[in-house]
Design a protein around this ligand. Structure first.
Ligand code: DQA
Length: 245
């Protein structure tokens, strides 16, 4: 349970991302979330012009939380390697996430599995010690690894103690979408909620099929997309409801 949201139970939860670069846009996008059927909001801080200034990041988070009220907030710095907009040396990345955890400014923090492999286990523990949940993630914007490799990465995240395990991959054809779905279906036996998506237009079907195959959160759009293939939150809500029956 994150606030009142039961991630991993029933209908997949809808998350939408705030991707503005400046304060006004970020606040406007955050307010727009209140008109949309979203269960969670992600702030993609790598889009923020002042992502290197922790005071300004903290101020933004305080303002966003005031607007969002009970809607859980996921804090994400996405590196360029994994499809993000910015890069930070590991120490700054860790510090940024720890500050947010320390001051309880987010409910969940995204940590990339491969940011710096030997340092990631320590960072996960430090964030959790401060009472914030870790969504561990991995993204491949070029291809879809073999099913065994997808499973291996998700299990690695589990071994590292992540609270939620997430992987996004790019299909080159429809078979790749099936590969992602098969891996997802096998991983639903894990105790932790698993979040998977096949990106781009071909992969969009994976963003509505979470309840069938075992993906607990689906990222949709309220305004701009934060990754290719995302579906508008309103449409998601309807389709997820239909499939739920
Ligand atoms: O990890 C993810 C998933 C995502 O890449 C997607 O494909 O919907 C979008 C990102 O904003 C988010 O952090």
């Amino acid at each position: 349970m994150v606030k009142n949201v039961a991630i991993g139970e029933g209908i997949p939860k809808i998350c939408a991302s705030v991707t503005g670069a400046v304060r006004e846009d970020i606040l406007k996008e955050t307010r727009n979330m209140l008109q949309a059927p979203v269960n969670l909001v992600e702030w993609r801080v790598d889009f923020f012009e002042a992502h290197k200034e922790s005071d300004r990041v903290k101020e933004m988070l305080c303002e966003m939380r005031k607007i969002l009220g009970d809607i859980p907030l996921l804090f994400t710095f996405r590196s360029k390697n994994e499809g993000g907009e910015a890069d930070l040396p590991f120490d700054q990345y860790a510090q940024l996430n720890l500050t947010v955890a320390e001051e309880k400014l987010a409910d969940l923090i995204d940590v990339e599995l491969f940011y710096k492999e030997d340092q990631i286990p320590g960072l996960v523990k430090e964030i959790q010690k401060r009472g914030t949940l870790v969504v561990m993630s991995n993204h491949d914007f070029h291809k879809t690894p073999e099913k065994e490799e997808i499973i291996l990465r998700l299990m690695k995240m589990q071994q590292l103690g992540a609270d939620i395990l997430k992987i996004a991959v790019m299909p080159q054809d429809e078979k790749d979408v099936l590969t992602l779905l098969e891996a997802t279906n096998e991983m639903r036996r894990l105790e932790q909620p698993v979040v998977t998506m096949s990106m781009g237009k071909t992969g969009s079907v994976s963003r509505i099929a979470g309840e069938v195959f075992g993906s607990a959160i689906t990222f949709g759009t309220v305004g701009k997309a934060s990754a290719p293939g995302q579906i508008p939150a309103h449409a998601l809500k309807e389709v997820l409801g239909l499939l739920h029956g």
